[in-house]
Design a binder for this molecule. Structure first.
Ligand SMILES: Cc1cc2nc3c(=O)[nH]c(=O)nc-3n(C[C@H](O)[C@H](O)[C@H](O)COP(=O)(O)O)c2cc1C
Length: 199
């Protein structure tokens, strides 16, 4: 097996950034074989009981317009007036068209009572990190979006997912715009997040 060195993996993990749809090249599609490899990489995530509770609904081409229109419709129909925001509505209409690929990432309940729901969601989150790292290694930009709309039943019905299933995120994916300045981010020192227990 040819494997990346630890320092290469570490560099990839630290290089990954959330790249917003506005920073993606909407005119440049993503090759289907590359997408399949990235999704396969996602499925190599750990999964308790090997339930593999993920499902990827991939929207490309005109399907993105239907996705955008549906998000706007459901947002309009289900958001209480005091929470409604015109800028959010507009973004829902724009974002899926700015990215050449939008993946609705679903936790499909597979484990029955044996595997708690949270563990199925955690497994999907692991898969989505795999997906993002694989996409980053390929030179793609991606971004995990989780608008409250994802938990609205009307939207889940449109996605045609089961009543026990949950769409945990929309991953926007595409090639970064030429010349994009790669975003920077910061993390707290790991010491502040660690308690060492040695004896
Ligand atoms: C479960 C999850 C949900 C997220 N949902 C959103 C979102 O709805 N909107 C958003 O702007 N970013 C969202 N993000 C991305 C974070 O904002 C982003 O990871 C964070 O700002 C750190 O930036 P980085 O990804 O470039 O390191 C989400 C990330 C995770 C893990």
């Amino acid at each position: 097996m040819t494997s990346a060195t630890h320092s290469q993996v570490s560099a990839l993990i630290r290089h990954r950034r959330s790249i917003k749809p506005v920073d993606l090249d909407s005119s440049r599609g993503v090759d289907g074989a590359l997408l399949t490899t990235i999704l396969e990489d996602a499925t190599w995530a750990p999964t308790h009981g090997l339930t593999e509770p993920w499902k990827f609904l991939v929207y490309r081409g005109a399907a993105r317009q239907r996705l955008a229109a549906t998000m706007q419709r459901v947002y309009r129909e289900t958001t209480p007036a005091n929470e409604f925001r015109e800028d959010k509505l507009q973004k829902m209409g724009e974002n899926p068209l700015l990215a050449p690929v939008v993946i609705a990432c679903v936790m499909e309940r597979r484990g029955g009572a044996k595997i708690p729901e949270i563990e199925e969601i955690e497994a999907v989150a692991c898969a989505l990190q795999n997906l993002q790292l694989s996409a980053t290694a390929a030179g793609l930009g991606c971004y995990w979006s989780s608008p409250p709309l994802l938990d609205v039943r009307e939207f889940a019905d449109w996605l045609q997912i089961g009543v026990e299933d949950r769409c945990v995120g929309l991953i926007y994916l595409g090639w970064p715009k030429p010349g994009l300045k790669w975003p920077r981010s910061v993390r707290q020192p790991v010491e502040s997040k660690t308690r060492w227990c040695d004896d």
